[in-house]
Write a protein that binds this ligand. Structure first.
Ligand SMILES: [Mg+2]
Length: 119
């Protein structure tokens, strides 16, 4: 059992022990996920445009970690409820992105794949 599956089981058991599956519809979980993404973003709102280092001081890293955990928990729970295999979806997506963004055409560029220079 991978660590990822392990965490997935913890999340599932947490919900089951509280009889919360009834609330965990795809719609509710998607909304909860969006809310947690909002909390993550709010931690960075008005933070001076970050340089590489000092902006993570003052507990900000800890608060970001807390919100990242919330986001990932809801991603995992949403995927469980929808029957989505998160890791295989991520692998498949990375493969598609490899094809969309060939290194020789995308290196150092922030352009969307549809706007990359032709080969
Ligand atoms: Mg939160």
């Amino acid at each position: 059992v991978s660590e990822f599956e392990d965490v997935g089981s913890l999340i599932e058991r947490f919900a089951a022990a509280r009889d919360w599956q009834q609330f965990h519809t795809p719609k509710n979980l998607a909304m909860a996920l969006a809310g947690e993404v909002g909390e993550l973003v709010a931690e960075l709102q008005w933070v001076p445009d970050p340089g590489p280092e000092p902006w993570l001081e003052d507990g900000l890293r800890a608060r970001l970690g807390d919100e990242v955990a919330d986001v990932l928990i809801y991603v995992i729970r949403f995927s469980q409820v929808c029957g989505i295999d998160v890791l295989s979806e991520v692998r498949a997506k990375l493969e598609r992105n490899e094809a969309r963004y060939p290194v020789e055409r995308s290196k150092g560029s922030s352009a969307k794949y549809t706007d990359l220079p032709p080969p």
